[in-house]
Design a protein around this ligand. Structure first.
Ligand SMILES: [Zn+2]
Length: 371
């Protein structure tokens, strides 16, 4: 129906337009509606031709006149209709089947796009939700991992695994100033004398499960490098942890000193078989019957009794030889070994046949030794 109206409107437009052009010159100055009159005359049989042949100019037969009067009205009505249809045509491009189809496709596409956008938005929301949930889970701190504090000299908890056993012991594996070392290629210099200010002191003895340890009363010092280090305790290893040019000793005594700032100086006394060592005998005499128990005798022990006659030494920087293997330890290894009797050696070996850490890489560290 719209199509039909549209076609009519187009024809009418064309007719009006043609009439405008053809009729303008014939417009009578006295006529107020020349266009519709002439158009109507033509439309109703004869028009201008009829007027010129059967009717004098200015005279129109009554019937025809009425028709002519009605015709223009009809024409004008149609023209208005056509005009309106034309306007609708320009305002409603969808009336074209192709345009209709295009519009439908466009609408369908828009709907599809909207659906896709909605789905994408929902998916993004889900991703955000999942990320938020994950972050919430991550925000909950995991329970603190409990690490073992158990270490030994052999097996799973042995020196090769100390660094892996506990993160606090990482230095045992990553440090480059670890002890003990095989002492060789020392730089011979005039090393200063170590000044010992030891004297008879109270002491107590503990078998701590790793060694026999002797705590010594306050007031025993050694002075080296213009620093005063106070003796805290001494203990034993079998065999010696240190080696001198590849040579190990049957045992070693480590005397642990600390200065006022907590720096450690470790004095190592190598032990070989020989005469009875009186200070060591005092320790053995006072060994508790049970591990982890401490015996504190009334007698006193003089650490000076442990020292060799000659005081030349090696010195280098190293570490503690048990976890956590802290570094920054000043090592002082006396060149001359001290002696203990075979019975004294056997006594310790019954408790600890092997409690020594293997030698560690020197990593290019400087070793100085007395001339
Ligand atoms: Zn030690």
């Amino acid at each position: 129906m719209r199509l039909l109206l549209s076609l009519i409107a187009c024809c009418c437009c064309a007719a009006v337009s043609a009439n405008d052009k053809q009729i303008d010159p014939l417009i009578s100055p006295s006529s107020k509606t020349p266009l519709s009159t002439l158009a109507g005359a033509r439309a109703y049989g004869g028009g201008a031709v009829g007027l010129t042949t059967s009717t004098p100019p200015g005279k129109v037969p009554a019937g025809k006149e009425a028709a002519a009067k009605e015709a223009p009205a009809q024409d004008a009505k149609e023209a208005r209709g056509a005009s309106a249809a034309g306007a609708r045509k320009s305002a409603e491009p969808a009336s074209d089947p192709e345009a209709d189809l295009s519009a439908k496709i466009a609408a369908r596409l828009a709907a599809m796009r909207a659906t896709q956008q909605a789905r994408a938005a929902a998916a993004a929301a889900n991703v955000r939700k999942a990320a938020a949930a994950k972050a919430a889970v991550a925000a909950i701190p995991p329970p603190p991992k409990v690490y073992s504090n158990v270490w030994s000299y052999e097996g799973e908890a042995g020196p090769a695994n100390w660094a892996k056993t506990n993160p606090a012991w990482a230095k045992c594996g990553t440090g480059n100033r670890q002890s003990p070392i095989d002492i060789r290629d020392g730089m011979r210099v005039d090393l200063e004398q170590i000044n010992f200010d030891y004297h008879p002191s109270s002491f107590n003895v503990t078998d701590n499960g790793k060694t026999v340890q002797v705590m010594v009363g306050r007031g025993n010092f050694l002075n080296v490098g213009n620093r005063m280090y106070e003796l805290v305790q001494f203990h034993f290893h079998r065999p010696s942890e240190e080696r001198i040019n590849g040579k190990g000793y049957e045992m070693v005594v480590h005397l642990v000193h600390k200065d006022s700032e907590g720096r450690i100086a470790m004095l190592a006394l190598l032990l070989e078989r020989g005469k009875v060592q009186p200070a060591i005998q005092q320790v053995w005499n006072n060994l508790p019957l049970e591990k982890m128990e401490t015996m504190a005798p009334a007698e006193s022990l003089d650490p000076m009794d442990l020292l060799p006659a000659r005081r030349e030494y090696y010195t280098f920087m190293g570490s503690m030889t048990t976890p956590p293997c802290e570094e920054g330890v000043l090592w002082l290894v006396m060149k001359e070994p001290i002696t203990a009797s075979p019975a004294q050696m056997a006594f310790f070996s019954r408790l600890y046949p092997y409690n020594a850490r293997p030698v560690q890489p020197s990593s290019g560290r400087i070793v100085k030794e007395s001339n």
